[in-house]
Design a protein around this ligand. Structure first.
Ligand code: PMP
Length: 438
């Protein structure tokens, strides 16, 4: 398809919108590790779509599942009558989830999963007669989507700047990035665990009996791949347990194999009460999210006071047939190709390759875990936060490489089907781009 004339009719409400209209970039198709643009270029995908295409693009099995489902049952009005697939899918998901997180609620995006998890947390306390627990705690720099819940608990101040008033009673834990930067460390940061005590500070400030839940990303992707210091997540879990606070892991990015197991919770050995997911659940092919909850939470609703029955939540497209079919085919693909193992098998080679960027112009930090990594560049004094976009633009146009940029950070999260040649190609192209933008 030829690129259509740019028109104002399509409003991309992104920061990049103005730039995008100047230099349109349009994709025509995709397969495996590559996109093809409308001007016929083969573009290597270093970001797995937008952290979601974990099994590579347009996998025939997933495509067929969606096609077949669309022709069989395109929609079911879940508020009146369900269909079998959400039950089948929930069972499958419970089988790969951390032990005990065996109840699943379906949404259509990461943002909806976050709002759903926050609502479940608040209602959980209310159903158990602890309705005064209404405070929510997020983390500075945290990203939890763009719903009102997500921007309130999220720690990206710019994302909520124009949209107040926000949800009341929200606090943010201090972030850990400043302690880690410039270290070029491998693995998890060795220091910074003491920042978990910030949660104790908030508990003392507000009284534990007013706090409903803490939500954090095990690894903050959008903030520039911020890794948890060793022991940090365990300590947060301990403090939550001590005070009856629910712990929510936002695994919209880390879920489905990114760090070597189905979920980061398993890789880090810390089990939250709720997990939010989306993205890799359907390999990016159809929008879908899922919230995992423990039996303790599920049981509170099922056996709690009568009011729990009146609790209303759900989306027109919750458990949509096409999304369920896509998710089941995606899970089959992950299992058959052992893709969750890839971050372990290829992790060493990938990590060597990303760390070889050290010493290139402006590279001030490299952070990586499994197959998720970031290269941080020194801010341009005249235009802080612009380096990432420069690298991304040039990588795309001159090197045929798709990477994600936020501010001065380049983030990478390749499809898990990649091999060593792809890794070499990604980092050759990225190195050339970083040199060219110096
Ligand atoms: N949570 C996290 C951790 C995310 O990274 C994202 C998206 N990048 C979201 C929530 C929101 O997901 P969506 O864009 O599907 O609403």
């Amino acid at each position: 398809t030829a690129a259509p004339e740019q028109t104002d009719a399509f409003w991309m409400p992104f920061t990049a919108n103005r730039q995008f209209k100047k230099t349109p970039r349009l994709l025509a198709s995709a397969e495996g590790m590559y996109y093809r643009s409308t001007d016929g270029r083969e573009i290597l995908d270093g970001t797995g779509g937008l952290w979601c295409v974990n099994a590579g693009h347009a996998r025939p099995r997933i495509v067929q599942a969606i096609q077949q489902q669309a022709a069989t049952l395109d929609f079911a009005p879940t508020f009146q009558m369900g269909h079998p697939l959400p039950f089948v899918l929930a069972e499958r998901l419970a089988g790969i989830a951390p032990a005990g997180l065996d109840h699943v609620f379906f949404t259509n995006s990461g943002s909806e999963s976050v709002d759903t998890a926050l609502k479940i947390a608040l209602a959980y306390h209310r159903v158990r007669g602890e309705g005064q627990r209404t405070r929510l705690i997020g983390r500075e720099k945290g990203y939890h989507g763009v719903g009102f819940g997500g921007i309130a608990v999220g720690g990206m101040v710019n994302n909520r700047k124009f949209f107040g008033p926000m949800l009341p009673g929200v606090d943010h834990l201090r972030h850990t990035l400043d302690l880690q930067r410039n270290a070029f460390n491998r693995g998890l940061p060795k220091h910074g665990v003491e920042l978990a005590e910030d949660l104790e500070r908030l508990v003392q400030l507000h009284d534990a009996s007013t706090i409903a839940a803490v939500i954090i990303e095990p690894i903050s992707g959008s903030a520039g791949v911020v890794l948890p210091p060793e022991g940090y997540l365990k300590r947060i879990r301990e403090i939550c347990d001590k005070h009856g606070i629910l712990l929510i892991f936002d695994e919209v990015i880390t879920g489905f194999g990114r760090v070597g197991q189905a979920f980061a919770a398993q890789r880090f050995g810390v089990t939250p009460d709720l997990i939010t997911t989306a993205k890799g659940l359907t390999n990016g092919a159809v929008p879908m999210g899922a919230v995992f909850a423990s039996g303790k939470i599920h049981d509170a609703f099922m056996h709690g006071p009568e009011g729990a029955i009146e609790l209303f939540h759900g989306y027109t497209y919750s458990g949509h047939p096409l999304a369920c079919a896509a998710a089941l085919a995606t899970l089959d693909t992950y299992a058959e190709e052992n893709l969750f193992q890839k971050a372990i098998e290829l992790g060493g080679y990938w990590e060597d390759a990303i760390h070889a960027l050290k010493g290139l112009p402006n590279v001030i930090d490299i952070r990586n875990f499994g197959l998720i990594g970031a290269v941080e560049l020194a801010a341009r004094p005249d235009a802080p936060g612009s380096r990432g976009y420069e690298v991304f633009s040039r990588a795309f146009h001159e090197q045929n490489l798709m990477v994600r940029c936020t501010g001065d950070v380049i983030a990478l999260s390749p499809p898990l089907i990649l091999n060593r040649e792809h890794i070499d190609r990604i980092f050759d192209r990225l190195a050339a781009t970083i040199r060219a933008t110096a």
